[in-house]
Design a protein around this ligand. Structure first.
Ligand code: URA
Length: 269
C-alpha cells in the first residue's frame, strides 16, 4: 500500500511522527537504496526496501500469523495487568494492527490466527459463516454414546442452543476421557459450557484446527510463524473472499470478539 515515509515509520512503531520527520531530514532513512529527503515522499509498504539508521527494517504493514498459543496468556490486543498473546510477537506486529482472530480462553492452548486484515477477521468470525474449529478436550468422567448423541442434537445452554457438533471419543476412562470436538460457531466458553451441560468438566482444552488451517506440528507452544501464501488463500476462501470473486454477501450478527482492555468484562480470567 502506498504511504508517506514518515507515516510508514510510525505505523511500524519505529519512532514517532516528529522523530520520523527529523530522521528523514537528517538522511537517516533509505527506500530501495535511495536516501529519502522529504517526509511526504511515498513508498509501497509491502514491496519497497526500507532502512533506518543504516539497518534494514521489515516494512510490511500487512502480515498474517499462526501462533501456537500457550496457556496463561490472554487473547487480547493489549492488557495493562496481564500478559497477552501479543507479547509473543515483535512489537511491530502490534503497531501495524495485527490482532487475534477471535479468542481462546487464558488456559486454552492451540492454534490462533492473527491478522491485520480486519475484514477477513470479521468474516471468519461471523456467526453465519460457520467456520469450523476443532478442539481436543480432556474432561472429567467417562464419555459415551449419550454425550455423543447430545452433541449431535445440539446442546441447550442458558442463552442459546449450540448447533449440532461432532464429538469423537478418543479415550473413555472412569476418571477422565479425551475427545475431539468439531464446532461451527464460537461463543464464549462454548466447549466448556457444552461439556458442563452434559455433566463433565473440561480440564484441558487445545484447539487443533481453525477453519482450513491445522496447527503446524513444527510450532511448539509459544512459537509462531507467518502464514504461507497457500494458507492465506485458504483462509480468505473460508472467509468468502476468494481472489477475483465479488464482495460476497454482507455479514450480520454478533461475532466472537477479541476483548481490548476496556471491554474485557466478559472474560472470567
Ligand atoms: N471453547 C471454550 O470453552 N474455550 C475456548 O478457549 C475455546 C472454545
Amino acid at each position: 500500500m502506498k504511504m508517506r515515509v514518515d507515516r510508514w515509520l510510525t505505523t511500524l512503531g519505529v519512532c514517532s511522527r516528529s522523530e520520523g520527520k527529523s530522521l528523514i531530514r537528517k538522511g537517516g532513512v533509505t527506500v530501495n537504496g535511495r536516501t529519502v529527503r522529504a517526509p511526504e515522499e511515498t513508498a509501497e509498504t509491502e514491496t519497497d526496501r526500507l532502512t533506518v539508521g543504516g539497518k534494514p527494517v521489515d516494512g510490511r504493514c500487512v502480515r498474517h500469523v499462526m501462533l501456537h498459543k500457550p496457556g496463561g496468556l490472554l487473547t487480547a490486543a493489549r492488557d495493562s495487568k496481564q500478559p497477552t498473546v501479543m507479547d509473543l510477537l515483535p512489537p511491530a506486529y502490534g503497531s501495524i494492527g495485527c490482532m487475534p482472530v477471535g479468542r481462546l480462553d487464558k488456559d486454552t492452548t492451540g492454534i490462533l490466527i492473527l491478522t491485520c486484515d480486519g475484514e477477513m477477521s470479521h468474516r471468519l468470525l461471523a456467526p453465519g459463516r460457520h467456520v469450523e474449529k476443532v478442539y481436543a478436550a480432556r474432561v472429567t468422567g467417562r464419555l459415551g454414546e449419550a454425550e455423543r448423541q447430545a452433541f449431535r442434537e445440539g446442546i441447550r445452554l442458558s442463552d442459546f442452543t449450540a448447533m449440532p457438533a461432532e464429538l469423537e471419543i478418543l479415550e473413555a476412562g472412569a476418571e477422565s476421557s479425551l475427545a475431539r470436538v468439531h464446532i461451527a460457531e464460537g461463543k464464549f466458553h462454548q466447549i466448556k459450557r457444552m461439556f458442563s451441560a452434559v455433566g463433565h468438566e473440561v480440564t484441558r482444552l487445545h484447539r487443533e484446527r481453525f477453519g482450513p488451517l491445522g496447527l503446524d506440528p513444527e510450532l511448539p507452544e509459544g512459537a509462531w510463524r507467518e502464514l504461507r501464501p497457500d494458507e492465506l488463500a485458504a483462509l480468505r476462501a473460508a472467509a468468502g473472499m476468494e481472489e477475483g470473486g465479488g464482495p460476497g454477501e454482507p455479514e450480520t450478527g454478533e461475532a466472537e470478539r477479541v476483548p481490548r482492555e476496556a471491554d474485557r468484562g466478559t472474560d472470567d480470567e
